[in-house]
Design a protein around this ligand. Structure first.
Ligand code: NAD
Length: 459
């Protein structure tokens, strides 16, 4: 495992260093797991209602530090300040949602005279929370809030590209918990591997790419550790001929390009009815032309850079391959020069002319590039949408809500929207089918991932 420090450069200007984080050694990983064992003993004996109150205090503290957290996200992820503020607000929202859950943990299944059967929900122990770089704070909060409410101790492992906001946030969290109940260790994939392979880690929750999920399953298999996997998506959106573009277009556009397309549930394939296909392509190209790319700290910026070099190369490669697959880049698809040349910027690519088997359609681009594909019949759109190994989200855009819902029911996806995409609800489960993962986050389903039922039968 490499020793030393992670050096975080600003993706909007790679000449600027944002900060550093220590890389955990194998000894650090062991120490963190041992300390978490002690933290678990203490925290799991605190009543759930008190644990909920602690979450509420953490939410208050995030609110008080909201500006610092948002600015840290801009500096290390590259997203615009308004989106970073939204991420902080979303994190506070999920903490408050779980803090308010009234759940005493005991359910009576049968009571007949002296014979009683009841069950409780036991925390699992030490939970490893392994994070991606696109929403470091939000994804951490999705995991940390239910893990802590259920009574687990947590060890956070941020992405090697974005550890700084997580360092700041876990410091805030730790102020409200007993020693060892929350910790953070930084580093790359090998640190994640050492943590998730540790025999005393009872549960691993990963948000990451579809390629990492199976590796993690293998690492956890030997000891049967509980695993939750929130993996990549390649979400389709189907635009029906009756979609009211004057009303819906702005929302449709940002469903593909928020956070420069680096969202697991961004629209990554757009299927548009042939009657309105030319108009939709024209609107996408025009809207992208009007975007202001820049440093997210500038309030006027609409879109920031891609977060890291590997991701930028992936997007560029898929757009280049699209040309070979017979596609046409209607606009964008190159790195801008001038003041933006020092950052990892990519002018959003709108690509037409591709078949459903093209790499840009089948692979998750996770960046500012969108293939737009025409269809004639809704059945054909559904078939193309479902012809993919990932199944996280999917949407249908139409003014006929009943018909749109009927189409949404046929789409392979853990979350289906009508006239929206990306919007989530803390009270409802989120997660994918097929290669997009195992288990769910958010809602009661998200809480259950961090506990296991224990049944008591008393005669
Ligand atoms: P990644 O899989 O490369 O890394 C994610 C995390 O896993 C990092 O912290 C990394 O160090 C760690 N890791 C890698 N190999 C590991 C191993 N063998 N054992 C343990 N940990 C390991 O993903 P990324 O590039 O950081 O994130 C982008 C991906 O995440 C995209 O595919 C995106 O769709 C997905 N994502 C999914 C969701 C969701 O909720 N479904 C949300 C955000 C991002």
């Amino acid at each position: 495992m490499p020793q030393g420090r992670l050096v975080i450069l600003n993706p909007a200007d790679r000449r600027r260093k944002v900060g550093e984080a220590p890389i955990a050694s194998p000894e650090d990983v062991k120490r963190a797991v041992d300390a978490a064992g002690g933290g678990f003993e203490c925290w799991s004996s605190v009543p759930m209602r008190e644990r909920g109150k602690a979450l509420s205090k953490i939410a208050d503290a995030f609110e008080a530090e909201g500006d610092a957290l948002a600015r840290s996200l801009v500096d290390e992820v590259g997203k615009p300040l308004k989106e970073a503020r939204g991420e902080v607000a979303g994190s506070i929202g999920v903490l408050r949602y779980y803090s308010a859950i009234e759940f005493d943990g005991r359910t009576v299944a049968r009571e007949e005279g002296e014979n009683v059967t009841f069950y409780t929900h036991q925390p699992l122990g030490v939970a490893a929370l392994i994070l991606p770089w696109n929403y470091p704070l939000l994804v951490m909060s999705w995991k940390l809030a239910p893990a802590l409410l259920a009574g687990n101790a947590a060890i956070v492992k941020p992405s090697e590209y974005t550890p700084l906001t997580n360092l700041l946030a876990t410091k805030i969290v730790a102020n409200h918990l007993p020693n060892g109940a929350v910790q953070i260790i930084c580093g790359g994939d090998s640190v994640g591997e050492a943590l998730s392979s540790h025999r005393k880690v009872a549960m691993v929750s990963l948000t990451g790419s579809a390629a990492t999920g199976p590796k993690l399953l293998r690492q956890a298999a030997g000891r049967m550790a509980r695993v939750t996997l929130e993996l990549g998506g390649n979400d389709p959106a189907i635009v029906m001929p009756d979609a009211d573009l004057s009303k819906r277009f702005e929302s449709l556009f940002w469903s593909a390009f928020r956070n420069a397309g680096q969202v697991c549930i961004a629209v990554k394939r757009l299927y548009v009815h042939e009657k309105i296909y030319d108009e939709v392509v024209r609107r996408f190209a025009g809207r992208a032309d009007a975007l202001r790319l820049g440093n997210g700290m500038d309030e006027a910026t609409d879109m920031g850079p891609v977060n890291n070099g590997a991701q930028l190369r992936k997007v560029s490669r898929l757009v280049s391959m699209a040309q070979k697959d017979g596609g046409k880049t209607v606009r964008g698809g190159r790195r801008p020069g001038g003041a933006l040349a020092h950052g990892l910027f990519y002018d959003p690519a709108i690509v037409t002319g591709l078949g459903n088997d093209a790499s840009l359609v089948q692979e998750e681009q996770f960046g500012p590039a969108l293939p737009i594909i025409p269809f004639g019949k809704a059945d054909d759109a559904v078939e193309m949408a479902n012809d993919c190994g990932l199944a996280l989200g999917a949407s249908v855009w139409s003014e006929d809500r009943k018909r749109a819902l009927g189409i949404a029911e046929r789409l392979d996806a853990g979350v289906a929207w009508v006239n929206a995409h990306m919007a989530l609800d803390n009270a409802a489960p989120f997660g994918g089918f097929k290669g997009s993962g195992l288990g769910r986050e958010l809602g009661m389903a998200g809480l259950m991932e961090y506990s296991a039922p224990k049944t008591y039968i008393i005669k």
